[in-house]
Design a protein around this ligand. Structure first.
Ligand code: SAH
Length: 269
């Protein structure tokens, strides 16, 4: 069966303008998909973000064009409009372009905005998914994201919900039957814990913070909605860090995967 590949050269021999929006995974290079690794090796130009790990970037052959458009918290080092314009220009030059984003490009990655700019310019796009931080963090801590007895649903939210005066509706977020994963929530942990208790979750409801999930420098804290702010103040964690709220967190204590930062399990004998 023919494989659809929008970037194949046309009959005129010229490749149609095309950009691959590729997930780099959560940091551990082994969590990269085979497709992402191949595209990185074939790309003429790679445009990447701050969260993409060094080992992943090392897969780009020497001499290829590399653009670091990484963003610092609260400060976009390259404005989104410029990133869009750069992608359109590179693709228009007939280059094979990889837009590389941390985790999965479709999870809090502003991919929708880039797709819109590319479509507007008549540039084709293909999305290559990656391992998002939620999957990597829970795997590394030896817990599932969902579980029949603990969480029948999973919600991914951004702490941007708590920005400025905008308070989220805590009562809809405070559910005992789901796992709530909060991206970009480290600096908002006080407001998150307070809000979820006010929304109806018990004071001793489990919370976990995982920083640098899947990387050798991974660090974590496990606590409750009541004690987590003080635990974090006593033992600060770096960014990037994920907040996991839910009863699945309590399943971790018995798991052998917790003893190993990379989540490798020893064989059962
Ligand atoms: N597209 C990314 C998310 C980008 S938003 C993904 O799918 O993972 C950036 C936020 O993701 C960070 O503030 C942090 O909350 C989370 N994050 C990304 N990588 C992480 C990692 N290795 N460990 C913990 N959290 C991570």
């Amino acid at each position: 069966m023919a494989r659809r590949d929008a970037a194949l050269p046309s009959e005129s021999g010229r490749r149609p303008a095309h950009v691959y929006l590729v997930g780099a995974g959560s940091g551990d290079v082994e969590l990269l998909t085979l497709k992402a690794a191949r595209l990185l090796q074939e790309a003429d130009a790679v445009v990447y973000d701050r969260l993409v790990g060094e080992e992943v970037l090392a897969l780009i052959p020497a001499g290829r064009e590399r653009y670091d458009v990484g963003k610092a918290r609260g400060h976009h080092s390259v404005p989104q409009a410029e990133i869009g314009a750069l992608l359109v220009r590179l693709a228009g030059e007939g280059k094979s372009v990889v837009r590389l984003k941390g985790g999965d490009p479709g999870v809090f990655g502003r991919m929708g905005e880039e797709l819109a700019v590319l479509a507007e310019a008549g540039v084709g796009a293909e999305i290559v998914p990656g391992i998002t931080a939620a999957s990597a963090a829970c795997a590394a801590m030896g817990i599932p994201l969902t579980d029949r007895a603990h969480a029948q649903q999973l919600r991914l939210v951004t702490a941007q919900l708590c920005r400025g005066d905008g308070e989220p509706d805590w009562s809809t977020l405070a559910r005992r039957d789901e796992t709530l994963i909060i991206y970009m929530g480290l600096a908002k942990i006080d407001a998150i814990c307070r809000g979820l208790r006010r929304g109806g979750l018990p004071d001793d409801w489990p919370v976990m913070l995982v920083a640098n999930a899947s990387l050798p420098e991974q660090a974590s804290l496990v606590g409750t909605l009541t004690d987590m702010p003080a635990k974090l103040a006593a033992e600060p964690l770096p960014s990037p860090c994920l907040v996991v709220v839910g009863s699945v967190v309590s399943m971790g204590a018995a798991s052998p995967a917790r003893r190993n930062g990379r989540g490798d399990l020893a064989p059962l004998s």
